[in-house]
Write a protein that binds this ligand. Structure first.
Ligand SMILES: *[C@@H]1O[C@H](CO)[C@@H](O)[C@H](O)[C@H]1NC(C)=O
Ligand SMILES: *[C@@H]1O[C@H](CO)[C@@H](O)[C@H](O)[C@H]1NC(C)=O
Length: 295
């Protein structure tokens, strides 16, 4: 076995390496435990931002311990409301609620107190709210994309776009789509015009801007909420950009989701009117809405 002696060196030869190894282990344990010690020392009522705190699990949150001013997250269906709520919770650690009783949601259940313990309350319709809220974050998305997403998610249909196409004669599908767009485009523009006149503080959150530059747009929302008890961790939301509610537009949608000339004329005009109304309301520039128009 002499040939294998190099594999089993004597204890005397190994000793310095064992000592060095133990030293390195001790050193690393010390380094790793430092953030834990900081957390233990930090007072739970401290108003200092707790920079060392690890990011929460994506979308995991708790109710606020202090009362917040109630805030609606208002949007036309298909404007990224669910994804935005997911991102907001990841960035603040605070839950959001919904006036719709989806099983996975925190329901509002008509209790005013609950609206003050969540960051925002989702709704697509002010008439759905059991009571009025203190202020609103309103999400707006390119109406062409928004109507397509809304068609996909209509609860009464419950059948996504792709299956609509697969399971119906093309003519029947096109009829249904056309009727849907005719009705919804009027609601889209009427809603965003009505909401621009809300007698409560409002912040307009532009969906494509949120996608393109998540951190500054999120910071604007958090600034608008202006809640001293919230210590945002915006970088946590940036890490979780692809929340599970965020879906990509697919090629087959581009092919079938056609808008008639009349619909395009209506929507392109609506984009102008809505842009103007919101510039007047907020004093901000929404010239980027012009890119939504279709020829
Ligand atoms: C917008 O307001 C007008 C006037 O109050 C109302 O008739 C209309 O139904 C509202 N639009 C929507 C979509 O609620
Ligand atoms: C919260 O609501 C109170 C009462 O409506 C108001 O005075 C206060 O300015 C609000 N705070 C924020 C940050 O909106």
């Amino acid at each position: 076995m002499a040939a294998l002696d190099w594999l089993y060196p004597s204890k005397a030869v190994l000793a310095p390496f064992v000592v060095l190894g133990l030293f390195l282990v001790a050193y690393n344990v010390g380094t790793v435990s430092k953030p834990c010690q900081i957390q233990q020392d930090a007072s739970p009522v401290s108003s200092e931002p707790r920079m060392q705190e690890p990011c929460p699990l994506p979308g995991a949150g708790r109710f606020s311990r202090v009362k917040l001013n109630s805030t609606g997250l208002l949007s036309f269906p298909g404007s990224g409301n669910t994804w935005t709520r997911h991102i907001l919770t990841t960035a603040t650690g605070i839950l959001t609620a919904s006036v719709y009783n989806n099983q996975e949601d925190v329901p509002l259940t008509g209790i005013r107190g609950r609206a003050q313990r969540v960051l925002v309350v989702k709704t697509h319709n002010l008439d759905k709210l059991p009571f009025s809220l203190d202020r609103y974050v309103i999400i707006i998305r390119n109406p062409y994309d928004c109507l397509l997403a809304a068609f996909n998610r209509r609860s009464e249909a419950g059948v996504p776009f792709q299956q609509h196409i697969a399971h119906q004669p093309k003519e029947a599908f096109l009829d249904e789509w056309d009727t849907f767009v005719d009705g919804s485009m009027k609601h889209w523009s009427s809603n965003y015009l009505n909401w621009s006149k809300l007698q409560k503080p409002v912040h307009l959150l532009v969906y494509h801007r949120l996608l393109a530059q998540l951190e500054p747009e999120l910071r604007d929302v958090i600034d608008f909420l202006h809640e001293p008890s919230i210590h945002p961790m915006i970088h946590c939301a940036a890490r979780d950009k692809e929340g599970d509610a965020h879906r990509q537009k697919e090629e087959w949608q581009e092919k079938f989701a056609v808008f008639s000339h009349k619909q395009k004329r209506y929507l392109n005009d609506a984009i102008d009117t809505v842009q103007e109304a919101w510039e007047k309301r907020t004093g901000k520039n929404f010239a980027d809405f012009q890119k939504w128009k279709r020829p």
